[in-house]
Design a protein around this ligand. Structure first.
Ligand SMILES: CC(=O)N[C@H]1[C@@H](OP(=O)(O)OP(=O)(O)OC[C@H]2O[C@@H](n3ccc(=O)[nH]c3=O)[C@H](O)[C@@H]2O)O[C@H](CO)[C@@H](O)[C@@H]1O
Ligand SMILES: O=P([O-])([O-])O[C@@H]1[C@@H](O)[C@H](O)[C@@H](O)[C@H](O)[C@@H]1O
Length: 371
């Protein structure tokens, strides 16, 4: 069996984390895997709870690259064939890795946007990551779209593979019933049409467009919006909702640990991002049979057939989104049916099993080709 060592920051709370957990589970019995992270936090603890082979090689700070000696030792111990990195910190650390394994990195997001919400980090870590990326032997782009992005930026075409995120549609998720979920936030399960969104509150996820669209929709008092997630845009978004007088209609839940409770409790799942590859937030909604309203960006048009599984709008177009919100409110039954259809599509096309199988094939191919 092939042996692959995965490196990831460990500070991850979003899609890269969801992806790696799903992948580790999908690869069981196919590929021997170990995950090493550099920060001891939720990523590590939850990974342990899931029973993954995961270890922390703790860094005092991002430039504490001495720890890579320990990583090399662990790679030798497990007879790793491949070093597989995820995200900026892991990519940078790989520069100081001494082992001779083939190196591959997965591009989950547009790496030029990863630190856009933090001026200093953006000025330092974005160029370092861009440099580190060039040193890999192979790339796994999440969606065809990101492969094209990499080619446009000068990465070698024949060294880029494409993966679509997959999800386990049958595993049991942590969730509470809708009544308890609403109660947790002092709300009632009152039959009001409810839009939900699960995403970090950062500029790229662009919840502002949803707030503006809801304001323009005239649905105040008739429908409501639940916004889950935490982040730098929180303050500005809350101010906007206050200015619009929508505090009784749009609710900020903060970062949530059990997103499936939200997907289950809402009528439709929204995502308004300016950039995405293949967002888990929508696949997870599909698992709960929720149709999606999403921006026409990255791999999303390959995931959602508009009019069948949900609705698409151009990023930032609050007028178009407003019309979709009103349409959903007026066509509740149709929205429910779309949720069924989306569920079926994800089950058939974007399973964790196929994601793992494609990884196994890619590993075999890069070992065959070598560095
Ligand atoms: C902007 C961008 O390019 N994003 C990519 C990034 O994920 P990114 O983190 O941006 O977005 P995703 O929707 O994929 O993942 C978010 C994850 O965080 C979880 N969550 C979020 C908020 C919250 O309060 N609680 C919570 O648990 C969601 O349930 C989900 O599992 O890498 C993913 C993995 O390849 C890609 O699919 C995404 O397209
Ligand atoms: O800054 P940090 O938390 O150590 O690490 C970051 C991860 O948390 C994030 O998921 C990823 O997108 C970034 O590229 C970076 O690796």
């Amino acid at each position: 069996m092939k042996s692959v060592l995965h490196l990831i920051s460990g500070g991850d709370v979003g899609g890269a984390k969801t992806h790696l957990y799903a992948l580790m589970q999908g690869l069981q019995g196919r590929v021997q895997t170990k995950v090493i992270c550099f920060i001891k936090d939720t990523f590590y603890r939850q990974g342990k709870e899931l029973g993954l082979d995961i270890e922390v090689v703790e860094q005092r700070n991002r430039f504490d690259i001495g720890v890579m000696k320990e990583v090399s030792k662990k790679a030798r111990e497990m007879h790793a064939d491949i070093l597989h990195c995820h995200g900026a910190r892991a990519n940078f650390n790989a520069l100081f890795y001494k082992g001779d394994q083939v190196r591959v990195t997965t591009i989950h997001s547009d790496y030029l946007l990863d630190f856009k919400d933090n001026f200093i980090k953006d000025k330092i870590f974005t160029p370092l990551n861009s440099y580190a990326l060039k040193k890999f032997d192979y790339y796994i782009a999440v969606t065809e779209n990101f492969k094209n992005m990499l080619i446009d930026r000068g990465f070698p075409k024949d060294r880029i593979f494409v993966i679509y995120n997959g999800i386990d549609m049958y595993s049991q998720e942590d969730k509470v019933d809708p009544k308890s979920f609403y109660q947790r936030y002092g709300l009632e399960e009152n039959g009001k049409f409810t839009f939900g969104i699960v995403a970090r509150l950062d500029a790229n996820k662009d919840q502002k467009t949803l707030v503006d669209a809801f304001y323009k929709s005239g649905l105040k008092g008739k429908a409501r919006v639940l916004i889950a997630g935490d982040g730098p845009e929180g303050h500005r978004l809350k101010e906007r909702v206050r200015d619009y007088g929508l505090e009784g209609d749009i609710f900020f839940l903060g970062g949530i640990q059990d997103p499936y409770s939200l997907y289950q409790a809402v009528d439709v799942n929204v995502l308004c991002s300016l950039s995405e590859s293949f967002p888990y937030a929508l696949l997870e909604g599909a698992k709960e049979k929720k149709a999606a309203i999403a921006s026409r960006i990255g791999g999303i048009p390959e995931m959602i057939r508009p009019g069948q599984d949900g609705y698409l709008f151009d990023p930032g177009d609050d007028e178009a989104l407003k019309d979709i919100l009103v349409h959903c409110y007026e066509n509740r039954d149709q929205v429910k049916e779309m949720g069924q259809s989306f569920h079926q599509r994800v089950e058939e096309k974007f399973s964790v099993t196929s994601m793992a199988k494609v990884h196994e094939e890619i590993y075999a191919e890069i070992l065959r080709r070598g560095k």
